[in-house]
Design a protein around this ligand. Sequence first.
Ligand code: ADP
Ligand code: MG
Length: 397
Amino acid sequence: MSSAAHAATSYLPPGSTLGVMGGGQLGRMFVHAAQQLGYFTAVLDEDPASPAGLVSHYHIATPYLDEQGLAQLMQRSAAITTEFENVPAAALRTLGAQRPVAPAADAVAVCQDRAAEKNHFRQSGVPTAPFASIGNEAELAAIGDDLLPGILKTAQLGYDGKGQRSVATRAELAEAWQSLGRSRCLLEKRLALRCELSVIVARARNGEMVELPVQQNRHHDGILAVTIAPVVDVAPALAAQAVAAARELASSLNYVGVLCVEFFVVDDGSADGALVANEMAPRPHNSGHYSVDACDVSQFELQVRTLVGAPLTAPRQHSPAVMLNLLGDLWFAADDSERPPRWDALLALPGVHLHLYGKLAPRRGRKMGHLTVTAADSASALAVARQAAAVLGLPTP
Ligand code: ADP
Ligand code: MG
């Protein structure tokens, strides 16, 4: 592939323009990191008010597959990355023929399909939940009862718990598949989770890798709610195993950029529990946002460094951190009237770092921002995070 021709791309100095496919909050934080390091940025996102487009030097407001939009992005940019895993792989291939693109289209394509992703985990020797593909009636009929109760997930385009149905019986499974438009799906056995972890690894073109400390995550209704780093109740050996698995997955994809791998810790009778890989994201991840305030190199700076061919240094977490996601729900009172959260009361708390993404319209379930509490020790960070949650009306972390 012609992107291989770019593999030896040398270091792009500050002053160069970096392109990003997608204009959401991840793109916005990438733009901030790139600008801090002296780069110019170009964002492609059709939304004229996209969070990243609003803060970028250049904003190309076209759909991802628009030929003129892609041509403009290439003309502007010395190298291009992505902030959204569902950017069509075809668009990344078009860009990759002319510019260094990281991560590459092929790696992104694996992450875009739950079946390809899980097969990649298994081929790399990383365990997954038991699962089966359902793409037609025969495959539906062939499902073994051992996968029930389970979770039916669309193979493509799912995120934040969207495109998922919990099913306990065969009848519910058939109904759920119907309700998902009989699209290609995966049925995964529902596992009893002790906790959830994620690992963010950055890999350079020369194969060098660094990672952030392992994160512990809590989800509400399929959406990330809380991240705690360093982890509180995970055995060091298990955390090390998660890091080794994430590194192996990045290497075997010949990945360039920032990759997040989500894991479950499940009971297997052992004291530590067993590690199962859930899914991966070919970009910085919500669970790594704490790194902006709590580490000396953030996940977004790592994305910039991998893209421009700068050296990677191992991130050091200088403060224990608790991150809370701020969804649009917080903007609505019990009677459904809209009013902004009490930011002034929140900002009175020590060590609170508030990040708002500049989204104009709050909606329930929409990620509007996050806050990270840093403190001298984990217990203090958690105590302040609980105060912050009480001020905002969030569940106690
Ligand atoms: P998404 O792409 O929406 O993040 P995930 O597969 O990560 O989809 O599922 C979202 C959340 O649902 C997970 O973080 C976990 O809390 C829960 N979940 C998903 N799969 C399973 C499973 N097999 N067993 C138990 N819980 C699960
Ligand atoms: Mg997930």
